[in-house]
Design a protein around this ligand. Structure first.
Ligand code: ATP
Ligand code: MG
Length: 458
């Protein structure tokens, strides 16, 4: 099945390692993605050379932007012709970045290094010297069958580094694979270990999950395995909570549907996941309908807490919680908004305006056809009104090219009734397109002519 396309420069790099007496293999995502005919984002490489040696070899090879942050763990990063590479010394003992004393034990063989990797599909190497695939766990078979399977015993592997549980789910949605039953079972058993992880590592995987084409599958597996309790327990109350009377859909499934329909922009995807999170708390029955008064307000606060807990930047937290706070405004437009209400909305939305429209679109397509048509008509009208008001606001900002002060200085005259007709004439000419707003020279000429025709009375 091998369908590999190894760039010439990587083969040369392999020769440089060999000349210095070291091995070099391509591993991880680069091989996996090539076997799947997917683009390669970065080249993960592994070698028996120690980090200092790696740094030296890739530097003299001509790699740029060499990074040594991961040196402690055996990793040196760099770029060749803008293609990112990540070279790691073989490791044997597994480690956890989150434990106080990370154990990093360098290994001596490629086989040993592959044994500590997370999933069979990620434990395939391409030996650049022997020009062949080294695949001790039949990762190629699992790629063919579209399966995510732990290397070795899933429970042990998840216990060593609990992030692997979330990585399994991430690869499942990114590659559209299934998680093999024992691996899935391992998540159910080891999920409590998840609590030791740093927020940054969790958020990194969450972002990749949310940007997949169908992230709802990942959320469903998190709920099914119970992993959600350690990531987003706030989602649980929405399960089985009726949302629209007689629609046979609960809030949770509405959230999942909107999530998949939202454009793959990370802020919007987080907004989708969190937008109705406070509906269970705010639900009240009014006649035949459910009302969720103030859910966007409570939800926006919950969104803030969730994203802060995951250590997103303040800017990100503010942006997403603002989207959640405002997500109802467009669908709630009843066509009766005053111009003032429209202006206030545009001002409140600020930089989020376009994203709010994009999100409202995704949020509305879950409803029934009558509601949807009504929403779309309302939304288009609102867009038109915003455009018109913005145009008017632009027009309102147009001024006479010469201010009262400038005219007073020009004609050496004090303030008085003489100024207004000149300014008005100039403004009118700008509006008629006969004079540019910034053409002070031509405006001065015209002003002089006006004064000559109608001498200033003092
Ligand atoms: P991506 O396409 O996202 O880069 P990737 O598989 O290359 O996917 P990386 O996070 O770049 O993922 O890791 C590179 C390789 O290192 C993985 O393929 C896997 O073999 C190994 N690896 C990464 N993280 C872990 C981990 N937590 N436990 C075990 N092996 C890991
Ligand atoms: Mg990678």
């Amino acid at each position: 099945m091998a369908n590999l396309n190894i760039p010439e420069w990587l083969k040369k790099l392999g020769e440089d390692f060999k000349e210095s007496g070291f091995e070099l293999s391509i591993v991880g995502g680069a091989i996996r993605n090539q076997l799947l005919n997917l683009p390669v984002k970065e080249w993960d490489l592994t070698t028996n050379a120690r980090p200092d040696k790696i740094e030296q070899i890739i530097r003299s090879f001509g790699c740029k932007k060499i990074g040594t942050i991961g040196k402690r763990f055996g990793t040196i990063t760099g770029e060749f012709n803008s293609e990112p590479i990540e070279v790691t010394t073989y490791r044997s003992e597994d480690y956890s970045i989150d434990s106080r004393k990370p154990i990093v034990e360098f290994g001596s063989s490629l086989e040993e290094d592959l044994a500590r990797r997370d999933f069979t599909v990620n434990a395939i190497a391409y030996d650049l010297e022997k020009n062949k695939l080294i695949d001790p766990y039949d990762g190629q078979g699992d790629i063919e069958d579209k399966i995510i399977r732990s290397v070795g015993d899933a429970r042990d592997r998840f216990n060593e580094d609990p992030l692997r549980m979330l990585r399994a789910i991430r690869f499942m949605v990114q590659l559209n694979f299934e998680i093999e039953p024992e691996t899935l079972g391992g998540i159910k058993v080891e999920k409590e270990r998840f609590a030791i992880l740093s927020s940054e590592r969790v958020a990194g995987e969450m972002d990749k999950i949310l940007l997949a084409s169908k992230p709802s599958r990942a959320i469903e597996v998190m709920v099914e395995t119970g992993l959600i309790n350690y990531i987003l327990p706030e989602l649980l109350p929405s399960i089985n909570i009726e949302f629209e009377a007689h629609q046979h859909k609960d809030i949770y499934h509405h959230i999942l549907q909107v999530l998949d329909q939202t454009p793959p922009i990370i802020e919007l995807r987080w907004c989708a996941l969190l937008h109705d999170i406070a509906k269970p708390q705010t639900r009240r029955r009014v006649g035949n309908e459910w009302h969720f008064l103030g859910h966007e307000n409570v939800g926006s606060r919950t969104a803030k807490n969730v994203l802060r807990r995951l250590k997103y930047s303040n800017e990100f937290v503010d942006y997403v919680s603002k989207l959640v706070y405002l997500h109802q405004r467009i669908p709630n437009d009843d066509g009766l908004w005053t111009d003032g209400a429209v202006r206030r909305f545009v001002r409140d939305a600020g930089e989020t305006l376009d994203d709010l429209f994009a999100f409202a679109e995704a949020d509305s397509t879950g409803g029934n056809q009558v509601k949807l048509a009504k929403y779309k008509a309302g939304r288009d009208k609102l867009k038109e009104r915003i455009a018109k008001l913005e145009e008017e606001a632009e027009i309102a900002k147009i001024k006479s090219p010469l201010s009262g002060e400038e005219l007073m200085e020009m004609f050496h005259r004090p303030a008085g009734a003489w100024i207004k007709p000149i300014k008005e004439k100039l403004l009118e000419m700008v509006l008629d397109g006969e004079l540019k707003e910034d053409d002070k020279e031509k405006a001065a000429e015209i002003a002089r002519q006006l004064v000559r025709d109608n001498p200033i009375q003092t």
